[in-house]
Every structure is written in C-alpha cells, then in structure tokens.
Design a protein around this ligand. Structure first.
Ligand code: FAQ
Length: 311
C-alpha cells in the first residue's frame, strides 16, 4: 500500500540511510531532486561564462593558469551533477533542452557582468565562498549519488575560494587604483551573493518538504547568516567596506545583523530580466549547436564499432 511505502521511505531517511538510484522513492522526491540537481548542474556550466570573459586578459601567466583550472573544474562539476541527475531516470538531452528553452533555472548570480579583473577575485571569494556554505551540508543529504558528488565538488570549491581571496589580497594591498577596483567589485557582488541562498524562509516554497526529506539540512536564511558571519571579518582584514549601512555585530547573539535584501531585483533576475540572462542563454545554445558535429562523430564512431563487433 502506497502510504505504507511512503512511511517506510521516510523512516529510512529519518534513520540517516542514504537513498540509492534503484531504491523505491516517492515521485515527488524524484522530481524535487531532478529539479535541484539539474539546476545546480546548469549553474556550474553557465557559471563558467562570467569568468571565461577574463581568461585572455588575466594579468600574469600564473593567474591565467589558475583561472583556467578553476573554470575547467566547473565543467567537471557540471558533469558529475548531470550524471547524478541521470541516475533519477532523466536524460542529459532533456535537461539541456530545458536549460536552452529557458524553462529550467540556474543560479541568479551568473546573470551579472564581470566588469574588471577584480571581479575574478570577488567571484572566487564571495560566490564560491557562498557555494561552499550551501554545498557542505549537501554532502550529507539523503540522496546518495548527489551527496557523494558534492564531496569532491566542495574540495575544489575551497581551492576556488582561496584563489579568489588571494586576488582580493593582492589588489587590496596594491596601488590606490587597485584597491578601488577591489572595493568596486565587492560593492557589486555583495548583495547578489546573498541572493544565491534563495528567498527568505518565509517565501521559500520548497523548503519544508526538502527539509523533511533531508535534501535541505539548513534553511536559506540560516546559510545566508553563516555567509555574512564568515565574510564580514574577511572584508575587514582586506581593509574593504561591505556595502551595507545597516550591517552591525550583535555581541549578544554573536551574529552580524544586515540590511534588507532587494527581493524585487532577485525576482527580476529569476524572470530572465537580469543584466546578462539573454546573453548567457544565447552563449550556451550556440556552444551546444557548435558542438553538434562532435556529438554526431561520437555516435557514428560508436555505431561503426558495434557493427564491427557484430560482424
Ligand atoms: N537563483 O523554495 P526555494 C555554483 C528558485 S553555486 C535562481 O527556496 P529550493 C558554483 C528555486 O529554484 C550555485 N533561482 O527553492 C560556482 C525555486 O524555484 P523552482 C548553484 C533560485 O530549491 C561558483 C524558487 O526560487 N548551487 O554554481 C535561487 O528549496 C562559481 C523558490 O526557492 C546550487 O544550485 C537562485 N539563487 O532552494 C560555479 C545548490 N534561489 O525550482 C561557477 C543546490 C532559489 O521551484 C563559478 N541548490 N531559486 O522553480 C540548493 O541548495 C537550492 O536549490 C537553493 C534553493 C538553496 C538554491
């Protein structure tokens, strides 16, 4: 009986047992995971684009190799995540079609432009920093293939965050112009980074169910607070100012209180009207179309090999 099956499923989750691809699962659990994992995968590959903008203009050979390695890591993350989504019975082609038609979401953060080299620092420090805070708990989420993929992703994200902070350090300790570039990047990336954690708990439609299924171990607001508490002292160490006049430390709670997020900006980006939404999608669709000859060649080669094996 269906209810009995769901009760047993929930009991396994409550006991901390990992759910594996071939296990029975409620259709809604499957759907939620496909939604979240595929949007996460799309974020990784769309997330290559803002940084790709600076590869040819990196200030030194060393900075260029580090940036290239980071961007390649993001492609790898996309691959693990698409594979994790495929274990739930959806095909890579379907997932990409949903991205290319604008039906599937990807993280709002990647719809902002990268205007200066300092943005490579701010992205590593703030965006990868936020990604780690969100993803460390996902290493313990209830779906085995997703949890396991997150372990390596998180290790690579810490390298990314360190390289970003290292860029910020060099700029903050550099000439007045370089320090001003770092401050400008912080000004532009701070609020969008806080938006990465999603709507406030009161507005988060998926949270209650995802928490019950142990897909979400902490709420959007809890993780956002963790990011602010961790990052403000790092900004102070750089000698930079967080662009929030309401920011203040509350000694009693041990947390920073921060100003109101502009949720209309967040909603607008989600609707496809951020500064770079159209350009990002156009670039991904073109990359996919330009790669058609390669996918065709792979299929032709596989066909030839299996025909030969059959002969
Ligand atoms: N952008 O009910 P909730 C990276 C949507 S890190 C766009 O709270 P949920 C690394 C949400 O999908 C970035 N949409 O939803 C990197 C839902 O709409 P739906 C990727 C957002 O799922 C660094 C609706 O709003 N990380 O890529 C956003 O329970 C540098 C209501 O929200 C992940 O995806 C947003 N910021 O919680 C790469 C982590 N926030 O789907 C390259 C995994 C919310 O019902 C360079 N994902 N929405 O139509 C998660 O942890 C969750 O999905 C949340 C949202 C926390 C993002």
């Amino acid at each position: 009986d269906m209810d009995e099956q769901e009760r047993e499923f929930q009991a396994r989750i409550d006991a901390g047992v990992k759910i594996e691809a071939k296990d029975w699962m409620p259709e809604a659990y499957r759907k939620t995971l496909i939604r979240q994992i595929s949007q996460h995968a799309h974020s990784e590959i769309v997330g290559q684009l803002p940084e790709g903008n600076w590869v040819t203009r990196a200030p030194t050979l060393k900075r260029k190799s580090i940036l290239l390695a980071k961007i390649q890591d993001e492609a790898g993350h996309g691959l693990y995540l698409y594979s994790a989504a495929e274990t739930l019975g959806v095909s890579r082609d379907e997932l990409l079609a949903a991205l290319h038609s604008g039906k599937a979401k990807y993280s709002s953060i990647f719809n902002y432009p990268t205007l200066s080299w300092a943005d490579m620092g701010a992205i590593g420090w703030l965006v990868d920093g936020s990604a780690i805070i969100n993803q460390i708990p996902l290493c313990r989420c209830s779906y085995g293939p997703y949890a396991r993929a997150m372990i390596r992703v998180c290790k690579e994200e810490s390298f990314h965050a360190r390289q970003g902070y290292d860029i910020m350090m060099s700029l903050a300790q550099g000439t007045p112009e370089q320090k001003a570039m770092a401050q400008d990047a912080l000004n532009r990336w701070w609020w969008p980074s806080l938006m990465m954690f999603g709507p406030s708990d009161a507005e988060s439609v998926n949270s209650a169910q995802s928490a019950q299924w142990r897909i979400k171990l902490f709420s959007n607001d809890e993780l956002r607070q963790r990011m602010v508490d961790q990052t403000v002292p790092q900004a102070e160490y750089l000698g930079l100012t967080v662009p929030d006049p309401d920011l203040k430390f509350n000694a009693e709670t041990g947390h920073y209180e921060f100003g109101e997020i502009d949720w209309s900006e967040f909603q607008n980006v989600l609707k496809g009207n951020g500064p770079c939404n159209r350009e990002r999608l156009r670039t991904r669709v073109k990359a996919y179309d330009d790669g058609a000859w390669f996918r065709d060649a792979l299929v032709a080669y596989a066909d030839k090999k299996s025909a030969r094996a059959a002969a």
